[in-house]
Design a protein around this ligand. Structure first.
Ligand SMILES: NC(=O)c1ccc[n+]([C@@H]2O[C@H](COP(=O)([O-])OP(=O)(O)OC[C@H]3O[C@@H](n4cnc5c(N)ncnc54)[C@H](O)[C@@H]3O)[C@@H](O)[C@H]2O)c1
Length: 248
């Protein structure tokens, strides 16, 4: 199996893309620690997969120390970290409150920083590993009404490269994944009502929105030794959304 012997911690794993990654990882032989703030959903999925669950708010520094310690004591040193948890907030730049800006940055950006920092010691002890940071196409280009989200996702793309440069000597690879429009509850949650995002799919080369498994398969590749020579790189999973520009 492609992840035999791997010990993985995934954030935001109770649903959406994180849940899809957890399913793929478990099916490919990894020992998986699912983490999230949605404890009931997370525990249920972990039980279904024969995996484990631990509560983790990624913006909480002490929470990271605890989640890493629990993972190590349950399975051993961590060899895969997927920084997947994230939130979206729509508002015009002029109307974005500092509290909303900081909330998005605190989860998406600070959460990714804290996560990478928290696993360095364990991964180094293990002789290496793979960190997968979930950014977005908003980490490659700007999107109106998403100032905090876009800032956080550009930051993730940048810090991925710094981490790759620093940690390569320990056998730790660090890459970013840039999904386009993916069919998960995220947009509906940000808008406060369920929404059908499938019309957005008509705009991209592949003429459909993505499914969580489209992203999970790329995350799986990056977690596995198949990507042994990939580090500091950007992996776009957007159906061709960023293949063109606004003038096309
Ligand atoms: N859905 C898309 O179109 C899309 C596109 C590009 C990037 N992304 C990114 O993909 C990642 C996964 O999103 P998704 O689409 O699966 O959305 P989702 O809302 O279904 O899943 C996000 C998960 O993160 C968890 N989460 C939220 N705040 C948290 C916190 N403080 N601590 C820990 N967990 C927390 C949620 O409970 C949820 O389980 C996010 O980083 C998101 O920004 C999504």
């Amino acid at each position: 199996m492609r992840l035999d012997g791997k010990i993985a911690l995934i954030t935001g794993a109770a649903r959406g893309q994180g849940a899809a990654a957890a399913r793929r990882f478990a099916a490919e032989g990894a020992k998986v620690m699912l983490t999230d703030v949605l404890d009931d959903q997370g525990k249920e999925l972990a039980a279904e997969l024969g995996a484990e669950y631990c509560h983790l708010d990624v913006s909480d520094e002490d929470g990271w120390a605890e989640a890493v310690a629990v993972t190590i004591s349950t399975f051993g040193d961590i060899t895969v970290l997927v920084n997947n948890a994230g939130i979206l907030h729509f508002s015009a730049l002029a109307e974005t409150t500092l509290a909303d800006y900081q909330r998005v940055i605190g989860i998406n950006q600070v959460g990714t920083f804290l996560g990478m920092r928290a696993v360095v010691e364990s991964m180094t002890r293990a002789g290496g590993g793979s960190i997968v940071n979930v950014s977005s196409v908003e980490g490659l280009g700007g999107m109106p009404y998403l100032v905090a989200y876009t800032a956080s996702k550009f930051a993730i793309r940048g810090m991925t490269k710094v981490a790759a440069m620093e940690l390569g000597q320990h056998g730790i690879r660090v890459n970013s994944v840039h999904p386009g429009a993916i069919n998960t509850p995220m947009v509906g949650e940000a808008l406060g009502r369920p929404i059908d995002i499938s019309p957005i799919g008509k705009k991209v080369a592949l003429r459909r929105v993505g499914q969580p498994d489209d992203v999970a398969n790329v995350v799986l590749f990056l977690a596995s030794d198949e990507s042994a020579y990939c580090s500091g790189a950007e992996f776009v999973v957007d159906g061709g959304a960023t293949a063109t520009h606004a003038l096309s």
